[in-house]
Design a protein around this ligand. Structure first.
Ligand code: ADP
Ligand code: MG
Length: 473
């Protein structure tokens, strides 16, 4: 038997034992280099893969090879750089396709159908989001657990459930998944999902047409009301009032309410206190940027969902370099896949690096290709910092760098200097220049002032925390 055939047969055995996503990610592009004196040498595309195989798959690979060729009693893993990017290793697509054909016929007829009492609301929920494909790791554990609890006992476990976190970190995914799962567990229930923006537009419409009845009916008949991105209600008095009444009615009827926001209730500017205090009555959980391992697992899961095969070191590279938000992580992956498809190849580290560079995400790495895994800063220019801070405090950029001395600009100005030092590592001289030609001692004083305030002043702690989240640092 040819060496390659031995490996192919072994792969068929392994495919049944190893989780599909892991199998696709780790075994794609592998090869058998040699079989001699009972030792099979398996070629792997990276050092990372080699370590992983040693840790995870040694016993299984050995057993599978032995089952195919009983003279094999030992396995060695070797990094074979020829396997990437051209991919001279085994292409698993054939195996994967055969598997897909087998499962397709079985799965489709049983596909769970989502029905609701009105038969209408299910269209608001995207069935692609479920709790099973939300990868749990590190800081997201609590949010996921709270959502799961709610799906088991809507209106009882945590009410309201308030999920907050920065852009692209999985809030919508969690909310929609929870809605989908509630409908699966309680098909007679009515789940209403909408963004705060949609809610607002519908009220405006209803008022314009003097027809608030159907609006009330839609929202107040829900067994579970999910409102996404509630921060959009800021400074919209009429909408807030309407939502307040909807909230109370549902809450009093023990209906489940789930809300998401880009910040915790206590930091919601422009939202009435009576609403904030209601948001604080239930369970508050946050989602944040997952750690490296979780990011890798998310990429693996997305590859599995889309049935694409990508070399492990490419996924590893994306995970290292995209730590801004999950949407970006996924975006880079999909761009790499699309690009490779056009070229008729599989995505390579080079492709990803180019994509990141185009996004302006990878400047440091590009200058130092030997340090491709350097962490990058999401915020890279003083302009961006000043803009964010001006936005946050509702002042202008020229207020920040100007000389006006009223209290409403003094603190934001000091916070700006603090961020330039803390997040961009600017020298005090440079901060002075950026801040409209101030003396470096002024910059130093401002920085120290904020460092002190962070020990004593709750408002500064809150503002700096919210700004950090906004800047993704
Ligand atoms: P947000 O609503 O917080 O802005 P989304 O829920 O839209 O973010 O998430 C952005 C993308 O990232 C979605 O495609 C979502 O499926 C994905 N995503 C975020 N977190 C996870 C996770 N933990 N596991 C799997 N996918 C995730
Ligand atoms: Mg969202």
């Amino acid at each position: 038997m040819q060496h390659t055939d031995v490996w192919l047969q072994a792969l068929e055995i392994l495919q049944k034992e190893i989780k599909k996503a892991d199998f696709l990610v780790w075994f794609q592009g592998t090869n058998i280099i040699d079989v001699a004196d009972g030792v099979a040498t398996i070629g792997l595309p990276s050092i990372f893969a080699k370590e992983w195989f040693h840790k995870r798959y040694l016993a299984q690979v050995k057993a599978a090879l032995k089952a195919v060729d009983e003279t094999i009693f030992e396995v060695e893993f070797k990094v074979d750089s020829a396997l990437v990017p051209e991919g001279r290793g085994i292409d698993l697509r054939q195996l994967a396709k055969a598997e897909k054909r087998k499962t397709a016929a079985r799965k489709l007829p049983n596909k769970p159908e989502i029905r609701t009492a009105t038969g209408l609301v299910s269209r608001m929920l995207n069935p692609k989001y479920n709790l099973g494909n939300f990868v749990v790791g590190g800081d997201n554990r609590l949010a996921h657990a709270a959502c799961s609890a709610v799906t088991r006992k809507p209106g009882e476990a945590y009410n309201p459930l308030f999920v907050y976190g920065g852009v692209g970190l999985g809030k919508t995914h969690l909310l929609q998944a929870t809605g989908n799962e509630i409908l699966r567990n309680y098909p007679h229930m009515t789940v209403v999902y909408g963004t705060a923006e949609k809610f607002t537009n519908e009220i405006v419409d209803a008022i314009r047409k003097s027809n608030t009845r159907s609006f009330h009916k839609r929202y107040r008949n829900a067994d579970c009301l999910i409102i996404d991105d509630i921060q959009f209600f800021a400074n919209k008095g009429k909408t807030q009032e309407e939502f307040f009444h909807t909230f109370n009615e549902l809450y009093d009827g023990n209906k489940q309410i789930i809300i998401s926001s880009d910040r915790p209730p206590s930091e919601l500017a422009g939202i009435e206190d009576r609403l904030v205090s209601r948001f604080e009555m239930g369970m508050i959980v946050d989602v944040s940027m997952p750690d490296y391992e979780t990011r890798l697992a998310i990429l693996q899961s997305k590859c599995q969902e889309r049935e694409v095969l990508i070399a492990p070191e490419v996924l590893e590279f994306i995970s290292f370099n995209c730590h801004h938000n999950v949407r970006e992580l996924e975006g880079v992956l999909m761009q790499a896949v699309a690009r490779a498809k056009l070229q008729g190849t599989t995505p390579s580290v080079n492709d990803v690096q180019e994509i990141l560079q185009k996004m302006g995400r990878n400047d440091q790495e590009a200058e130092h290709p030997e340090n491709i895994f350097i962490a990058r800063r999401p915020i890279t220019s003083s302009d961006e910092v000043l803009e964010k801070i001006a936005d946050y405090y509702s002042v202008t950029k020229s207020d920040l760098i100007g000389t006006r001395r009223s209290r409403d600009v003094l603190v934001p100005r000091q916070v700006a200097m603090y961020f330039l030092r803390q997040e961009l590592d600017y020298s005090y001289e440079r901060i002075g220049e950026v801040m409209g030609g101030r003396n470096h001692t002024t910059a130093m004083h401002a920085y120290n002032k904020i460092v002190d305030s962070l020990q004593t002043d709750k408002k500064v702690v809150r503002d700096v925390g919210a700004l950090k989240r906004e800047m993704g640092v």
